[in-house]
Each structure stands twice: as structure tokens, then as C-alpha cells.
Write a protein that binds this ligand. Structure first.
Ligand SMILES: O=c1[nH]cnc2c1ncn2[C@@H]1O[C@H](CO)[C@@H](O)[C@H]1O
Ligand SMILES: [Zn+2]
Length: 331
């Protein structure tokens, strides 16, 4: 099967984890930011996480460098454009990108400016390439939560015009959902869809709570439900799609090795699964690579692929028109 040519959908991709190394260098020079090196391979090596990290926090440390150059409207717009361009060039037809506006205020940008810049870059790419997209606003749990309502409000003006959903990202402590219930409710009341990182580093109970307390319609990763019957059953009952990111899951030790990824068992048992990159640079991957890895490791065929593709369409936060167009690519 030609994985490059397949139409692909990525529902879980972080902007700051998917920056071209050369762009980090260009932007640092423009902004007079000192880098540890100006060699593209060395910068790349600093941004790519090891194939197996000791843990998720070690993986997350790789975001500091790209985030340092993502503090202006121009840089956010450029990085957003380039991410959509890179994805379009490998036949990704629909891409939901997430990022944390809270991480981009170091030079005084407002949350509105930050969100608008990312959306502007996406729209430029949509006009040029055969790709559609949307933005998900991630709230990072390692920052104080008091600014979350401001981020939610800042995105409302672009809701369903480039912004679609609310997410929680960052390291995962047991029981975190209890601390974010009012924020997720606020987002839902204002028209956001909800996806939550859960069951990645943490336990299956976190997935159960992300759905039952935060109203998650999709779960980022969710691998831990394999050991948690209550969460597993709730995911099935509520038809919550798992945003699976195979390479990232190996790197962060969410699973010991790809062969032990539960994606095939989930798929065969009717759990809605999708295949995604998580971070194109930090995980040193592409959608083509992620699809290839899953298909070859688990001996899935073209029919299986299109089943998964259709699940991605169904569970995407795209408009009905876009979903209909995406279905045209399916066999
Ligand atoms: O796999 C992941 N799990 C949890 N948090 C993540 C993952 N990848 C990235 N981020 C976090 O999300 C922020 C916004 O994009 C990133 O800065 C990083 O801290
Ligand atoms: Zn993620």
C-alpha cells in the first residue's frame, strides 16, 4: 500500500511540537534570540525527543526551544502556515491543530492576537492547498488555571471559523479532571467541543473522569483504558474516539513498545480509534509514518484503513460540509 498517497486525517497535532527546525533558526535571527546553535541538524536534535524518554515530563521539555520563538504574531502565522503546508504535501486532507495560547504571551501578545495569528496561517494554507483545518485551544495544566476563562473568551470570536475545541494538555496527575470541571463547562456553554489528554501517562480512571466530569467527546491517547474496565465500557457506550499517537506513546512510555499498543485490539472490539502524529518534530514523524507503522505492525489492510479514516471523519470537529467532502476520499 502506498501510505503517502492515502488520504489522511490528523486530529491530534501540536503546533509547538511541529515546527520546522530551520524556521526556529530563521525566527530566532529575526527576533535576536540567542540559540545554542544555528546548525539545522543540531537544532533538530534538540527538538526531537529520544525514542524512549524516561517519562512524559522529559518529552515535554522539548517544547521550550520552539515556544521561545513563538512569541510574535508573524512567527505564529508562519509556523501555522508551514505545518498545514507540510501536512498537505503528504496528502493530509484535514488537520486539527492544537496549541496553548497561555505559552505565547511572553512579548505582550493578547490571547485574541495569538489565536487569530494561528488561524490566519491556517487559512492561507487552506487557500493554497487541498487541506482543511481547525484549531483546538489547549490549556496547559502546569500553568495557573486562573487565565483559562480569558483564553476561552478570546477564542469565541473565531468559534466555527477556525477554532472548534477545548483541550487540557501537559503532564497528567491522577484525578486532574476535578480541578477543571467549571472551565470545561464554561467552554461547552460558549460553543466549544471538548477533547482531553487522558490515560497517556495516567490511569484509566482519568479517562473515565475526563468523559464523565469534563464531557470529553474525544480523548487524547487514552491507552490506559485497556486496564480499566469502567473507562473502557464508558468509551464504548458514549462512542468517544481515542486520538491514538503511536510514536509518541512509545517515546513517553505510555506503552513499552509499538507491538504492545492496544490500537488493534480496540479497533477489533469496536472502540473508535484514530491515527495521529501528536508532534511532527518532537516525535520525528509524519502522518505517512504513523499510518505505515500501525498498518505494518498490526497487519491491517486497506479496508481497515478506510474504516479508521471514516471514524476520523465522523469524530472530527469539522463542519458537516467538510465532513461530506472528506467522505468523498474514502473507499
Ligand atoms: O503528548 C502530550 N501529552 C500532554 N501534553 C502534551 C503532549 N504533547 C504536547 N503537549 C503539551 O501541549 C502544549 C501545547 O501544545 C505543549 O507545549 C506541551 O507542553
Ligand atoms: Zn498531545
Amino acid at each position: 500500500m502506498n501510505y503517502f498517497d492515502l488520504p489522511k486525517i490528523d486530529l491530534h497535532c501540536h503546533l509547538d511540537g511541529s515546527v520546522r527546525p530551520q524556521t526556529v533558526i530563521d525566527l530566532a535571527k529575526q527576533q535576536n534570540i540567542t540559540l545554542p546553535s544555528y546548525d539545522v541538524d543540531e537544532i533538530n536534535a534538540l527538538m526531537v525527543a529520544p525514542e524512549t524518554c524516561p517519562n512524559l515530563p522529559e518529552y515535554l521539555s522539548r517544547f521550550d526551544l520552539p515556544v521561545s520563538v513563538m512569541q510574535t504574531a508573524e512567527s505564529l502565522e508562519r509556523i501555522s502556515f508551514e505545518l498545514f503546508e507540510d501536512a498537505a504535501k503528504e496528502n493530509v486532507k484535514y488537520l486539527e491543530v492544537r496549541f496553548a495560547p497561555q505559552l505565547h504571551i511572553q512579548n505582550g501578545l493578547t490571547y485574541e492576537q495569538i489565536i487569530a495569528s494561528a488561524v490566519k496561517g491556517m487559512k492561507k494554507a487552506e487557500a493554497l492547498y487541498d487541506i482543511k483545518g481547525n484549531y483546538i485551544l489547549s490549556m496547559v495544566k502546569f500553568l495557573p488555571s486562573d487565565t483559562i476563562p480569558q483564553v476561552i473568551d478570546a477564542g469565541v470570536g473565531l468559534l466555527n471559523q477556525g477554532v472548534v475545541a477545548f483541550d487540557l494538555a501537559g503532564s497528567e496527575l491522577d484525578g486532574f479532571s476535578h480541578d477543571y470541571a467549571t472551565f470545561a463547562q464554561d467552554a461547552k456553554d460558549k460553543g466549544y467541543r471538548v477533547t482531553i489528554h487522558a490515560g497517556e501517562q495516567g490511569c484509566g480512571q482519568n479517562v473515565y473522569e475526563a468523559i464523565s466530569i469534563l464531557g470529553a467527546e474525544r480523548i487524547g491517547h487514552g491507552v490506559a483504558i485497556k486496564d480499566h474496565e469502567k473507562a473502557y465500557n464508558l468509551v464504548k457506550e458514549e462512542d468517544v474516539a481515542l486520538e491514538t499517537c503511536p510514536s509518541s506513546n512509545v517515546q513517553t512510555k505510555a506503552i513499552p513498545e509499538l507491538a504492545q499498543h492496544p490500537i488493534k485490539a480496540f479497533y477489533k472490539d469496536g472502540v473508535p480509534v484514530t491515527i495521529n502524529t501528536d508532534n511532527r518534530t518532537v516525535s520525528n514523524t509524519t502522518m505517512t509514518d504513523e499510518v505505515r507503522k500501525v498498518m505494518e505492525q498490526f497487519e491491517l489492510n486497506e479496508e481497515d484503513y478506510y474504516q479508521i479514516y471514516k471514524m476520523s471523519v465522523k469524530h472530527s470537529f469539522a463542519s458537516d460540509d467538510v465532513k461530506q467532502a472528506l467522505m468523498q476520499f474514502a473507499k
